[in-house]
Design a protein around this ligand. Structure first.
Ligand SMILES: Nc1ncnc2c1ncn2[C@@H]1O[C@H](COP(=O)(O)OP(=O)(O)OP(=O)(O)O)[C@@H](O)[C@H]1O
Length: 187
């Protein structure tokens, strides 16, 4: 696979309900499907899991109770797979990328960054979405043992080499946030 057309890969990270999907979905709309695409590292995990357990993939991919029900089990299983090959899901998720701007909406681990850096070098840009816990609770987050206190949620908490930090508390207009991303990385 050749990735010649790909000019930049925007890697988004953030705690649960910080707004990763909210921001990246809007960014894709603004950039347009001809110029950009979203990939999710969780997608190949969910596809495999849905097939293996005979579950509805669409519900697993959407935001809601179904996803939450299987989240813990998927984390445990995917960690076992990653222990053998840290890039397994990143590689699968990115194998068909072709647009100028690729948006990865869910990086969670230092090894995710390692994979993209080793594969795409300085095309990668690292973006962390931050949001306080009160707002996350208002968006439906509740602390869950075995989900919020483990590597998949915390591994990037001490990462400090972000190219851009975004406060997404809801006080800021989403267009302002998108403009900041576009000005910094795209125009
Ligand atoms: N700036 C914002 N203004 C209004 N609503 C927002 C904003 N950011 C996020 N939300 C809402 O908060 C909820 C959680 O956001 P989102 O699903 O994007 O979080 P996430 O980081 O992708 O979470 P998860 O890791 O659980 O998938 C959604 O209902 C979303 O619409």
């Amino acid at each position: 696979m050749s990735f010649e057309n790909v000019k930049r890969i925007l890697l988004f990270s953030g705690k649960r309900k910080s707004g990763k999907d909210f921001i990246t979905d809007k960014l894709l709309i603004k950039l347009g499907n001809d110029n950009a695409e979203i990939i999710r590292i969780s997608e190949p995990i969910k596809s495999f899991w849905a097939k293996e357990k005979n579950l509805d993939l669409t519900q697993l991919l959407s935001d809601g109770a179904y996803k939450e029900k299987y989240r813990k089990a998927m984390i445990v299983w995917s960690d076992e797979m990653r222990a053998k090959d840290y890039g397994i899901f990143c590689r699968e998720a990115s194998k068909n990328i072709s647009k100028e701007t690729v948006i990865v909406s869910d990086i969670r681990r230092k090894t995710d960054i390692q994979f993209f850096r080793e594969t795409f070098g300085n095309k990668i840009k690292l973006i962390r979405i931050v949001c306080n816990d009160n707002i996350r609770v208002k968006r439906g987050w509740t602390f869950q043992e075995g989900v919020d206190d483990i590597q998949s949620e915390c591994d990037l908490d001490d990462w400090n080499e972000w190219d851009l930090l975004i406060e997404n508390t809801g006080d800021r207009d989403a267009h302002e946030i998108l403009d900041e991303i576009i000005t910094k990385f795209i125009v």
